[in-house]
Write a new protein. Sequence first.
Length: 314
Amino acid sequence: MPASGKIFALAGGVGAARFLDGLTRIVAPERLFIVGNVGDDAEIHGLHISPDLDTVMYTLAGISHREQGWGIQGDTFHCLDALGSLGAENWFRLGDRDLATHIYRTERLRRGVSLSDVTRELADALGVRASLVPVTDQRHRTLVQTPQGLLEFQKWFVERRACDPVTGVRFAGLRTARPAAGVLEHLRTAAGVILCPSNPFISIGPILAVRGIRDALRKTAAPVAAISPIVGGRALKGPAARMMKSMGMQVSASGVAELYRDFVNVFILDTVDRFQAEKVEQLGMRAIVTGTVMTGLHEKKALAAVVLKSMGLA
Ligand code: FO1
């Protein structure tokens, strides 16, 4: 096993957080180095919001909203309601306790602290034992191309309820974004790399787009495993299936595998998609068929165990 022996995970929002919740219950959380998406970060009410980092952080801290997956369980919305009565926009539902995270982050960033360091401070304060790192400390934002023009991610996703068909995805800040400290080093020395079951365009895509990441994934000696977020031609959560369709792609697990064919060695797909295993193997990957729908803790842990085993880590 390489020197650091860390398990390196690429994570988007809710799907990734659920998977990582299972993983951290079967391996020591300290063995995990999680790289989070920042493409859906936004400035709202003057605050810097990092939804995917927070979703992973709250989930690993055991305080995330149980049904929706993002936000904090039992949070209240008095501040947002008061803002609404002042005439401010309130389509982005920021809870009162959640706001403390954004106020803290914004103030620390304003003082020149990096997003990586602020994320570590927040995660430490919540007792998260795994390392959680934004893919980049620089501004790196997802823009979706729609018939209405180029839209900021949260405007499209939350305000417009992801109803505009997406014809492409772009990233603002790509030229200046560099991997955050430790990301490339951990990719080089990882014992295994996992692409969590996240949207390939708006969760994993923005991570892969940062200079040097995809190349490091191609070069790492570690096995690289990806879990399909598409099950039975549908997304487990969110707009991945609709996006694949509007971008003219085949909506299937093997369609996702194709997007990663240059660096993934093991592709994990659901039992309902077992007939696609052969197609996945034709892409040069080993296909592992198992239950990927994480309805409860048992399923999350079982999936995590299969993924570890597929990489020879269990
Ligand atoms: N998603 C929604 O669908 N509606 C919301 O009002 C909303 C608010 C929100 C606030 C904080 C946060 O961390 C996440 C929030 N999300 C909301 C989720 C977020 O927009 C998406 O899940 C991610 O950006 C995509 O992974």
